[in-house]
Design a protein around this ligand. Structure first.
Ligand code: NAP
Length: 319
């Protein structure tokens, strides 16, 4: 008789994975590590993708605490894993346990996707930056390389991933904004080389760090096309506005990495000002699709993954 997977497995399960997963109709060979992890929608996105691709494996949640991370990662080859995602709070620490990391993961300074090689090596990648890139392309039909981008919250993990991707894609211009300005300054120092070029200097610098202050932001608005929210502000209805709506211009695109609620205050303000706006669900989808491509070296079944994700989000909203 086949058994349903547990909603959340833990480290003691991983230590004896065959026993913990006995009876499953498909072997659990992919996961997401997190602490907490019960909220993760990744299984509902990846399992329909695996089924559509005809891959006889399933994806589960693993509650791994920070002190268990190294041992849990080292247990993956013997447990028969293809790979895992890692989420909060493990993305930075995971780098130290990898045999190798990709360039984008090294530059972002965090890993969210681990591939287990046949010889037991662990290869770390980061699909948040590339997922952001593909989400922007899908939502606005434009590439980062053609855009002047402002990132609000450039000091956090997601903002850093987006900024590194913009730099690696040689975006036209990058404006880093963060409440704690020193974090944005440090990031700018790391990215400076990407913005040295033979292009003619315009009226503003190609890479700027800007304090979170009305006049400083207002001075930038004629010189940015895409504004990204990578702060956690906007998740609660009571959160203050990120930008005064009057600063938003109709030609601009707003990408809010938050996807719950689906229409944040920033998105509503942007639409009211005549700008285009999208929420972070597409980034969640595309980072998952890029993880799939990294694990299987083939195109991801994106539409099956999108249907799974949309269903999971709708079920959560209905609760
Ligand atoms: P994080 O590392 O904790 O960073 C939080 C960021 O928000 C920092 O830049 C922080 O500024 C800023 N911030 C927090 N409270 C603020 C406030 N009251 N005023 C101004 N700035 C404030 O978190 P993260 O992992 O980067 O996640 C950030 C957001 O992105 C979350 O909403 C998360 O859900 C979303 N996200 C979405 C996706 C997706 O796939 N759609 C993926 C990853 C993350 P300081 O540096 O000054 O503290």
């Amino acid at each position: 008789m086949s058994t349903e997977p547990k909603p959340v497995y833990d480290f003691s399960d991983l230590k004896d994975w065959p026993a913990a997963t006995a009876g499953l109709d498909l072997p659990a060979r992919l996961s997401v590590f997190g602490d907490p992890v019960a909220h993760s929608l990744s299984p509902q996105m990846h399992n329909p993708g695996l089924a559509a691709a005809g891959i006889a494996a399933q994806y589960v949640r693993l509650h791994i605490r920070p002190e268990e991370l190294g041992e849990a990662l080292r247990a993956l080859p013997a447990a028969g894993f293809i790979g895992t995602n890692v989420t909060i709070p493990h993305k930075t620490e995971t780098i130290a346990h990898m045999t190798e990391v990709t360039e984008v993961a090294r530059r972002i300074g965090a890993v969210n996707t681990v591939l287990v090689e046949e010889d037991g090596s662990l290869i770390g990648h980061n699909s948040d930056g590339p997922g952001f890139q593909r989400a922007v392309r899908e939502e606005f039909s434009v590439d980062l390389s053609d855009l002047r981008v402002m990132i609000l919250g450039a000091g956090g993990g997601a903002g850093r991933a987006a900024a590194v991707q913009c730099a690696m894609d040689r975006c036209e211009r990058l404006v880093l904004v963060n409440r704690t300005l020193d974090k944005a300054r440090e990031l700018a120092t790391e990215l400076r080389d990407f913005f040295r070029s033979d292009r003619l200097a315009g009226p503003v610098d190609r890479l700027e760090v800007v304090p979170w202050d009305h006049d400083a932001l207002a001075r930038q608005m004629d010189h940015v096309d895409l504004i990204v929210n990578s702060t956690s502000l906007g998740m609660k209805r009571s959160d203050e506005a990120l930008l005064p709506p009057s600063l938003i211009q109709p030609h601009q695109m707003i990408y809010d990495m938050i996807y719950a609620p689906a229409r944040t205050r920033l998105i509503a303000d942007a639409l009211a000002e005549g700008a285009r706006a999208a929420n972070g669900l597409s980034m969640l989808l595309w980072q998952g699709a890029i993880s799939f491509e990294f694990w299987f070296n083939r195109e991801a079944p994106v539409e099956a993954m999108r249907r799974g994700l949309n269903t999971a989000v709708a079920e959560r909203q209905g609760r």
